[in-house]
Design a protein around this ligand. Structure first.
Ligand code: SF4
Length: 256
C-alpha cells in the first residue's frame, strides 16, 4: 500500500486531531512507520484492522528496499565512496547520517547502532544509488532553487519548515540541545537571529535559520541547502530527509 492508497481509506476530515494535523501527512507518517493508525480517533476498530491487513500484505517499503538493494549490488563502492563523502572499510560503505554511522554492505544490507526505520534505509540506498560526486559549492540556496524543488516547495514548507518552526517556538533550548547532539554548529554569518549548520548526510549540509516572534512579526524558519544538494538526492528524498530530522528532534524532546 502506498501513501495515496492509505489516504483514500482515511476519514479525510483534516480535523487536525492526529499529531500530523492533516490526513495526507498522517498517511505518509503511517507508511514511514512514524505514526500509528490508532492516532486517528475517527478510524473504527474494523477499519483499522482492514488497513493493517493491507499494510502487512503489501509492504511497498520492503519491496522498494529489495529493488534498491538489487541496484546497489551492481555498484562498485570503491568508485563512489569518495564522491559520497563516505568511508570505505572492508568493502562496506560507512555513511554518517544526522550524527549516526550506518554501515552498508556491498549487497545493500544496512546496520547501525540502535533503532532503524525502513525509511532511513530507503534514503541511504537512494543516496548510494544516485552516486553523486563533486565538491560542495559553498553557495546556499532555498529548497525551491534545487532541481525540481520549485514544484514541491510548498510541501517542503508545510512538512519541514513549519513543523521545525513550531518545535523552535515551543522549546527552543531543547531543540538546539538535540541539534547539538546531532553535530550542529552555530553560525554567525547569516542574517537571522539563529543559524545552525548541520550535515544531514556527508554531502547534504543544511543551514537552519530561525527568526523568533518579534512584536508584530511572526516567527519563521528557513532551511537552506548547498546548491549541489540535488546531485546527491532527488527533491522528494530531500523532503523525507529533513522530515526525518524534524521527527528526530520531536521524538527526543517528547522523551524529555
Ligand atoms: S485525525 Fe484522522 S481525520 Fe483527523 S486529520 Fe488526522 S487522519 Fe485526518
Amino acid at each position: 500500500m502506498n501513501p495515496i492508497e492509505l489516504y483514500k481509506k482515511l476519514p479525510k476530515k483534516n480535523c487536525g486531531k492526529c499529531p500530523q494535523k492533516a490526513c495526507m501527512p498522517f498517511a505518509l507518517s503511517v507508511i514511514k512507520g512514524d505514526a500509528k493508525l490508532s492516532e486517528c480517533p475517527y478510524l473504527t476498530g474494523d477499519a483499522r484492522d482492514a488497513i493493517e491487513v493491507s499494510l502487512k500484505t503489501s509492504d511497498w517499503r520492503e519491496e522498494l528496499i529489495a529493488k534498491l538493494r538489487d541496484e546497489i549490488k551492481r555498484i562498485n563502492f570503491a568508485d563512489i565512496a569518495e564522491g559520497l563523502g563516505a568511508e570505505l572499510k572492508d568493502g562496506a560503505l560507512i555513511i554518517k547520517c544526522m550524527g549516526r554511522e550506518f554501515i552498508v554492505s556491498p549487497d545493500g544490507e544496512i546496520t547501525t547502532r540502535g533503532h532503524m526505520t525502513p525509511w532511513i534505509k530507503i534514503l541511504l540506498l537512494h543516496y548510494i544509488r544516485t552516486a553523486g560526486k563533486g565538491s560542495l559549492s559553498g553557495k546556499w540556496v532555498s529548497y525551491g532553487e534545487l532541481k525540481a524543488g520549485m514544484v514541491k516547495a510548498s510541501s517542503f514548507q508545510r512538512d519541514c519548515e513549519e513543523p521545525m518552526r513550531e518545535l523552535f517556538d515551543k522549546n527552543f533550548e531543547g531543540a538546539i540541545m538535540v541539534l547539538n547532539r546531532l553535530g550542529a554548529k552555530k553560525r554567525e554569518d547569516f542574517p537571522a537571529k539563529q543559524a545552525w549548520h548541520l550535515f544531514l548526510l556527508p554531502k547534504i549540509p543544511v543551514i537552519i535559520l530561525y527568526w523568533p516572534k518579534e512584536e508584530e512579526f511572526e516567527s519563521k524558519v528557513k532551511i537552506i541547502f548547498d546548491s549541489t544538494a540535488d546531485r546527491f538526492l532527488d527533491a522528494e528524498s530531500i523532503i523525507f530527509l529533513v522530515e526525518g530530522l524534524v521527527k528526530n528532534i520531536e521524538i527526543t524532546l517528547s522523551r524529555g
